[in-house]
Structure formats: C-alpha cells, structure tokens
Design a protein around this ligand. Structure first.
Ligand SMILES: Cc1ncc(COP(=O)(O)O)c(C=O)c1O
Length: 394
C-alpha cells in the first residue's frame, strides 16, 4: 500500500481534536428532531429578531453592498458598535482601529486566540465553559489549565485561580454572563481577574454575548470599563443573542489597537470578512432606542420566571440564572444522577430536549447532576415543554 493510500485509510481528523467529537448541541438537536421533542437544548430562539432589521437586509441585498466588506467590517456597523459602547458603557472606542467584525462571537474567539497564543502557551479556562473554548484553544496549540467553579453559586475560586497562573500563562477566558450556569460576575471578581492578568502579563478575553440579559436589577460590567483593561482585555460580543438573529453570525471583538491587530491578523485569513449587506442592516439594530433593550430584558425575565417556577413545581431543584437565557436543574431532585443518560432519555420519554452539563467540565464527573434548559423560546413553546414534562412526571 502506498503511503498516500495508507494515510487516507486512517482517521484523518487531527489527533488533538479527536477527543472533542460531535458537539453535544448537535447530538441533542438530532435527538430532539428524531422524537419530535420541544427543543430546549441548543440556545437559539424559535422566533426571528425585529422585522426592521430583516427588511434592512433585504434592501441592502437589492441596493448593495454585495461585494467583500472591508476585512474588519463595513464602516456603518463599526461606527454603530462604537456608539453602542458609548451609550451603554460610557466607552470611547475607535471604530477604525479597535473594532473587528467577525462571523459570530465564535470566530472572534477563534481569531483572538489564534492571534495571541504561541504553541505551548498556557490558557486558563473557567469551568463550566462554553463548548467552543477548549477546541479553539487546542487549535491554537495551547496548553489548557482548567479552574472549576462549583454549584450552587459558581463563585470565582480566587486561590485556585491564582495558583493556575504560571510563567507560561498567556490568556484567561471569561464568559460573562455565563452560559450554562447563568452566573453574572461581580465587579470585584472581574477586577481580580484583571489584576492577575496584569501581574502575570496575560490577556483576558471576555465573551460578553449575553450582555443585555442580566436580571433582577444587576447590571452588566463590560470588561473594558475596568481600570487596566485597555492594556490586557478583549471584549467579544455578538448580535446573535441581543437581536435574536443567530443565523446571521455577526459578532465582534473590541480591544486596543495593538490587540485588535492580532485579532485582525488571523481574522483576515479565516474568513477575511463577513457578509456586507447583513452587517449594514445590523448597524440599524445597534442604534435601536433603549426601549428595545428594555423590552428584550422584560421578555426574557418573564420567560425565566415562568420556566424556573414551572420546573420547581415539577419538584426540580432549580438554579435561577442571574444572566443569559438558560436554567440549570439538579436532576438528583428527580431521582437521577447521570446527566447524559437523563438527556438521552428525555426526548423520547418526555418529548423535551435539554443539555447535559458535564460536557462543560474537563473532568466529566463534575456537572453530572446538572441539566440545562434554554428559555429563548416563544411562550407557547415553553408552555408546551412544561406540559410534556408534567405528563412525563405524572
Ligand atoms: C457564551 C457564548 N459565546 C458565543 C456563542 C456563539 O455566538 P455566535 O453565534 O455569535 O458565534 C454562544 C452561543 O450560544 C454562547 O453561548
């Protein structure tokens, strides 16, 4: 057998990525579809964002631009992002040098990590994580150190975190508000993270895609508002969650010109640019009046309260989120102790799909008691999901 033939007969996925397999979101969505289940697993709305944005996109497709956007984004959306950063966080951000528009927050994370990590650098990931972080860090050939936050409060374990920093630490990723556990970091926790990064000459990458879903009078602290952050932090966000348009994949990274150069360096060779008409339309959305953001929050607060109360009525121990759009339950309250088995059973037996949380820890014995339901769904979808769970429970 020739060498080339031999190579093709073997597993072709690079060794480093094999352990990641197919994402748990894909697996659960396939199961949900197979059993006609109410899909409360993957975090995408079952409604579309405002019609004005969609009309804007239709007009932009007809009238243009329809050619490659500038690599870091059409000027309209970068300027609109800068205005939004000013309106919500009082930040002055230079749209020409400090904002890079990407194919979703996922690409922003990928471009950032690939742009700053050298082979063998260490990166600290806080568990439970958002599923893309470990594979992306792995693609950057970094060594990952995991620091676990524990239920019920998911407090930042400061000592363990300090111990995780070493001479090779290049970056820390923080997701605030946090998916899956709904944690909203306190200002003190974020300041602590910044101080560690400054002390160890590391970067702090903050994934802030749920910035506008922070409940009970708390407010989102953008990482870039904290002292010292301009030297070390990248703020990543996305229009997917704020404008309920996950399929448009418009995200962005905001950072100092120096850090933005690293993001742009890799972004230009991953996708080069995003879709110009969609970016132009999304610029309109960024300028929506405060009322839009207030209604978004009120709608999600109502859905969160409904789901939490209904799950509690079913006898579940519920962790009400401070932010984002997911609710965790402790399945031991339902007599189960294996999240993966529970979530593989649920679509067929109850007609509802959820996500097992042990997939968000390196050591999967952690999080085994936790299952995540999302509430970015129409009221009637959530009601139907609860009706089915009730029937299954009885
Ligand atoms: C924490 C977090 N970051 C990033 C993303 C993906 O964002 P995008 O669709 O803009 O790539 C998600 C989507 O669920 C998320 O929960």
């Amino acid at each position: 057998m020739t060498k080339a033939r031999n190579q093709r007969d073997r597993e072709v996925v690079v060794k480093a990525l094999r352990p990641f397999g197919t994402s748990i979101f894909t697996e659960m969505t396939v199961l949900a579809n197979r059993h006609g289940a109410v899909n409360l697993s993957q975090g995408f709305p079952d409604f579309d964002g405002p019609v004005e944005i969609r009309r804007g996109a239709a007009a932009a497709i007809v009238e243009g631009p329809n050619q490659y956007a500038p690599s870091h984004g059409v000027p309209e959306i970068r300027q609109a992002i800068a205005r939004k950063m000013k309106r919500f966080y009082g930040l002055e951000v230079d749209p020409d040098q400090e904002i890079t528009v990407t194919s979703g927050a996922t690409e922003a994370m990928c471009a950032t990590l690939l742009g700053i990590l050298e082979t063998g650098d260490e990166i600290i990931l806080l568990e439970p994580w958002y599923d893309a972080y470990p594979p992306v860090a792995t693609m950057a050939r970094a060594r990952i150190r995991y620091v676990s936050m524990k239920p019920p409060d998911f407090v930042l374990p400061r000592e363990e975190l300090s111990r995780a920093f070493g001479p090779r630490t290049k970056a820390v990723v923080v997701n605030n508000p946090q998916n899956p556990c709904g944690k909203v970091y306190t200002r003190e926790e974020l300041e602590f993270l910044i101080s560690l990064c400054l002390e160890h000459n590391a970067f702090l990458i903050a994934d802030e895609v749920y910035e506008h879903m922070v409940y009970d009078g708390r407010s989102h602290v953008s990482i870039l508002t904290l002292p010292g952050s301009r030297d070390c932090a990248v703020s990543i966000s996305s229009t997917a969650k704020t404008f309920s348009m996950t399929g448009w994949k418009i995200g962005y990274a905001v950072a100092s010109p120096k850090l933005s150069r690293a993001v742009r360096m890799t972004h230009q060779f991953i996708t080069f640019c995003g879709q110009s008409p969609l970016q132009k339309a999304m610029a309109l959305a960024m300028d929506f009046p405060d009322r839009y953001y207030e209604e978004l929050l009120a709608d999600y607060t109502r859905r969160r309260d409904f789901l939490c109360e209904a799950l509690e009525d079913l006898g579940c121990r519920v962790f009400a989120p401070q932010g984002a759009y997911y609710v965790l339950i402790d399945i031991r309250s339902l007599g189960w102790d294996d999240d993966a088995a529970f979530c593989r059973m649920l679509p067929e037996k109850a007609g509802v799909a959820a996500i097992p949380c042990s997939y968000f820890w390196k050591d999967r014995s952690q999080g085994r008691e936790l299952v995540r339901f999302c509430f970015c769904k129409k009221d009637e979808t959530l009601e139907e999901g609860i009706r089915r769970l009730r029937r299954w429970r009885s």
